[in-house]
Design a protein around this ligand. Structure first.
Ligand code: NAP
Length: 252
């Protein structure tokens, strides 16, 4: 059952740290050439250099996924350098925290721009490449927040993640006749820099652990395993789904 992505190219957004980094490393370990995108150029280069040092193939492309021109340039450079894109993982995301009544229009719009519009822009640009290839797999990293469990003080984040699930289903239907599968992965609470502050609060940690049947928080590698499975031939009949990777926090 071990997935082999030899000869394939995977583009992972927001891969300079956290879940995206784990996904990039997992694809490289399974033989794929990996395009490491992140808005933080230093972080993207660090991950790409680590993959190359380990014998893999990687290219750091630091671009903002919310910027239409930048996304076009990124996809063009990726195809020029590596010739194809077989896998796209829309992982880049931000999670600003504020009560709804104190949320600025800028914070609302930026959250939707990175999380939801970024997913659209990358899917459209890479989708054009995949249409020509007649094959591809796209994974959108959503969240249990918004989709199933509201996260306090994060209205824009919840809205963006619910939007990603709806987008995933429509995109899956539209792209399926072109040999492209599209699925969403909805992580629960994962140990990354995004959750570092909350994890340092023992009260929050206790509540989280009480709510997670498997009794631990998720690791970035737990999400990466599901992403690789969904992109592999083993999941060739799976599309338009939103799969929870959350230790059982959400059931059914
Ligand atoms: P993270 O540690 O904050 O990493 C996200 C990465 O994306 C950062 O390197 C960030 O760069 C980058 N990024 C932000 N805006 C970008 C943009 N416009 N273009 C390109 N890259 C950008 O987050 P994570 O915890 O790994 O989360 C990854 C994804 O999983 C997100 O979509 C998140 O919503 C989702 N998720 C996470 C959890 C969790 O518990 N951690 C749960 C559910 C869903 P900067 O650091 O410079 O901003």
């Amino acid at each position: 059952m071990r997935e082999d992505f030899g000869g394939q190219v995977a583009l992972v957004t927001g891969a300079g740290r956290g879940i995206g980094e784990a996904i990039a490393i997992a694809f490289a370990g399974a033989g794929a050439a990996v395009i490491v995108n992140d808005i933080n150029g230093r972080a993207a280069r660090r991950v790409a250099e680590g993959i190359v040092a380990g014998g893999g193939q990687a290219l750091a492309l630091p671009f903002d996924v919310a910027n239409e021109t930048a996304v076009g340039a990124m996809v063009q450079m990726a195809v020029e350098e590596l010739g194809q894109i077989d896998i796209l993982v829309n992982n880049a995301g931000i999670e600003p925290k504020s009560p709804l009544l104190e949320t600025s229009l800028y914070a609302w719009e930026r959250t939707l721009a990175v999380n939801l519009t970024g997913t659209f822009l990358c899917s459209r640009a890479v989708g054009r490449v995949m249409y020509e290839q007649g094959r591809g797999a796209i994974i959108n990293i959503a969240s249990i927040a918004g989709h199933r469990i509201p996260l306090p003080d994060r209205a824009a984040y919840c809205a963006s993640k619910a939007g990603i699930v709806g987008f995933t289903r429509e995109c899956a239907r539209e792209f399926a006749p072109h040999g492209i599968r599209v699925n969403a992965v909805c992580p629960g609470v994962i140990e990354t820099p995004m959750t570092a502050e909350a994890r340092s609060d023992p009260k929050i940690m206790r509540k989280w652990l009480d709510d997670i049947p498997v009794g631990r928080l998720g690791r970035p590698e737990d999400v990466a395993s599901m992403v690789l499975f969904l992109c592999s031939g083993n999941a060739g009949y799976v599309t338009g789904q939103a799969i929870h990777v959350d230790g059982g926090k959400v059931m059914a």
